[in-house]
Design a protein around this ligand. Structure first.
Ligand code: SF4
Length: 267
């Protein structure tokens, strides 16, 4: 199968014959360039009255589907054709890089590594202005005391986004762990409710054997809940239980009767 699709026929205007027929001149320019084998001629397209572009299959390693483009020029009413430009261009089936994306659209959760800097986006809708220092030390000290010391705080939208991520995440009410839990986090002694409006539905787990340090939904839960009780009679988890109430019936061999001889009867 051909690696390159031929270009569609030019739609703009007919190429002047003197330009259209100069295929070998275009090919010779590529051969002289010396960048590798030049493949089949794929067509010629109109640029303007004085110029046309010839395309050739580019057989270069790593450039599947790319094409050589040779722009030829001839001034009006002249038969003299010159080579204006050579270029390697992607054809319709060429393997090319995906569209460029700004870094803030490329970055994903988990990309941040120690020492990395990740400023919020410009006009990040998740943030709104918080308290801005007035310069009056009395007012500013009081503001810090009541928790107004940050330049920006989470907007309503930012809080709703976070709440939705947490609710539908690993520590949400629909997880397998929550479905099998004996009770919910909001009833657990290890549950530390968040401050602010998110307090009604979220807290942090303080149990090192469970979701320690993670934000958990109030209706999440796990088997390490503080009210969890071991079922009675379960015994040690390490050894199988020994039932000393059971009776094992063992078949014994028939007793052997030894008859001792009377010494008097042997006389
Ligand atoms: S121990 Fe389990 S139930 Fe208790 S807060 Fe942590 S995750 Fe929730």
């Amino acid at each position: 199968m051909d690696a390159v699709s031929p270009q569609p026929a030019p739609e703009l205007a007919p190429v002047r014959p003197v330009l259209a027929e100069a295929v070998e001149l275009a090919r010779a320019a590529l051969v002289e360039l010396g960048e590798g084998e030049v493949g089949a001629h794929l067509g010629v397209t109109f640029e303007d009255e004085s110029a046309a572009t010839h395309r050739f299959d580019a057989r270069l390693p790593g450039y599947r589907g790319w094409q050589w483009a040779v722009v030829l020029a001839a001034v009006p009413d002249s038969d003299h054709v010159t080579v204006s430009e050579l270029a390697l261009l992607p054809g319709p089936d060429a393997l090319i890089a995906p569209d460029w994306l700004p870094w803030d659209e490329r970055i994903r959760a988990g990309d941040l590594t120690p020492g990395g800097l990740l400023p919020p986006r410009v006009d990040d809708v998740r943030l709104v202005p918080g308290y801005v220092a007035t310069g009056d030390p009395v007012v500013d000290d009081l503001a810090l005391e009541v928790g107004l010391g940050r330049k920006q705080v989470l907007s309503l939208e930012g809080r709703l986004e976070a709440a939705e991520r947490w609710r539908t995440g690993e520590y949400g009410p629909d997880s397998e762990m929550a479905k099998a839990a004996p009770s919910t986090c909001e009833m657990c002694g290890f549950y530390l409710p968040l401050a602010g409006s998110l307090r009604v539905a979220f807290g942090v787990c303080g149990n090192e054997l469970a979701a320690d340090g993670h934000v958990v939904y109030a209706e999440y839960g796990c088997g390490a809940h503080s009210d969890t009780e071991l079922p009675t009679g379960a015994g040690s988890a390490q050894f199988e239980a020994y039932d000393d109430g059971a009776v094992e019936v063992v078949a014994l061999p028939a007793p052997v009767v030894v008859v001792e001889e009377d010494p008097a009867s042997t006389d």
